[in-house]
Design a protein around this ligand. Sequence first.
Ligand SMILES: C[S@@+](CC[C@H](N)C(=O)[O-])C[C@H]1O[C@@H](n2cnc3c(N)ncnc32)[C@H](O)[C@@H]1O
Length: 437
Amino acid sequence: MSFSTPFKTAAPLASTLTQTVPLLAQVLQNGQSLNEALAHTAASDLAQKAAVQDLAFHTLRHLALAQALLKSLVNRPLSPDVQHLLTIALALLAAEGNKESLKYPPHTLTNETVLASLNCENGPRVKGLVNGVLRTFLREKQSRLVAALRHPVARWNAPQWWIDGTKTAWPDHWQAILDANRLQPPLTLRANRRVNSRAEFMDRLIQEGHPCEALGPDEAVIVNKPRPITQLPGFTQGAFSVQDEGAQRAAKLLDVQPGMRVLDACAAPGGKTAHILELADCMLTAVDSDAARLKRVIENLQRLQLRAQTVHADAVHTRDWWDGELFDRILLDAPCTASGIVRRHPDIIWLRQAADTQRLAKIQQALLQALWPLLKPGGKLLYATCSIWPSEGSQQIDAFLQRNPNAVALNAAIQLLPLSSKLENHDGFFYASIVKS
Ligand SMILES: C[S@@+](CC[C@H](N)C(=O)[O-])C[C@H]1O[C@@H](n2cnc3c(N)ncnc32)[C@H](O)[C@@H]1O
């Protein structure tokens, strides 16, 4: 989640720019996720970290346009750090009227970028070039923007294969989906029913100066002015968790009753695990193959005072971890391209390769096939992905139903599209409920 910091209270801009450069390098050169890179940022305090984070998110949301502009403005090789610095500045200058851009008046931004260039390789030598590039852009902004935006990659801020895949899958919605990918998502919370109702939680938020709105019929709340969650009332007491409204649908669809045996097969960091446990007293086994992520499940459950058995294992290898007793409910929130959550993770669109979709679809198929025998007759498996690609959603489930005659789709599958409208302000998710006959 990105936190907005008013410019006047933010750390000096040149220093923020300088600290954003290595983040971009980690994502674009080393293929690291932005969250991992942020965890190691050198930012000195919360305000500076928030400013750096905002700038990195903004840049990734306008990356292709900024890169196209840079290419048109400079026709000599640049060192990676100068390239990244100019990309960050151009992403701000190009996105006129955008909340992030409004924080930085163009001439201040230009001066501070020139200052920040002194921290780059050959700083004093590139200073003039950085100044010249940005001032040329400001003089010729409209014509340069029009030219750069003619290219679909710059227009939609996505690789061509991603644009094509979105068009093919959603011919009526592809533009709205790609547009929504560049919007700042809301800070969506889930009121913990065991501690407070949604109405009680919202009253508390409002009383403490955090205007908010209910979203959907259940526990979701949008905080109008995002801020670090530890500053919101009741975090340490487990009054709420951060979770997109689309993700909050899983626990309801799973429909767990008290006393049931439940498997959450790909559980980390535990958002859905905790929600299931908030709704019903059940015996839940949470499996994940990533030890560091599983640790976050344990921490989240501790904060929320919930209990589950946590297991570090590859869920496909059931012999290694399963005690042989069948489950009433299985949630398989499978690893996927995460193509539905780009607005929250704008690095995804640049980190994924076209081949990842088929590779991940094979993993999803293996998980489905391995876990199906663990379900009781009459039990329900909920298959979920945070993806908008049919190969990870409807096609995956159609193939599964064909392979397994004792598997019956309970209702029509649900594909949530990430369109960021006022009433449907959620990420992209796919859900299919399957019962065993
Ligand atoms: C989409 S995330 C799950 C999100 C989680 N359900 C939540 O709501 O917070 C997918 C998870 O699957 C885990 N995973 C991937 N392959 C796995 C496997 N073969 N067995 C178990 N976990 C796996 C990943 O480590 C990752 O934590």
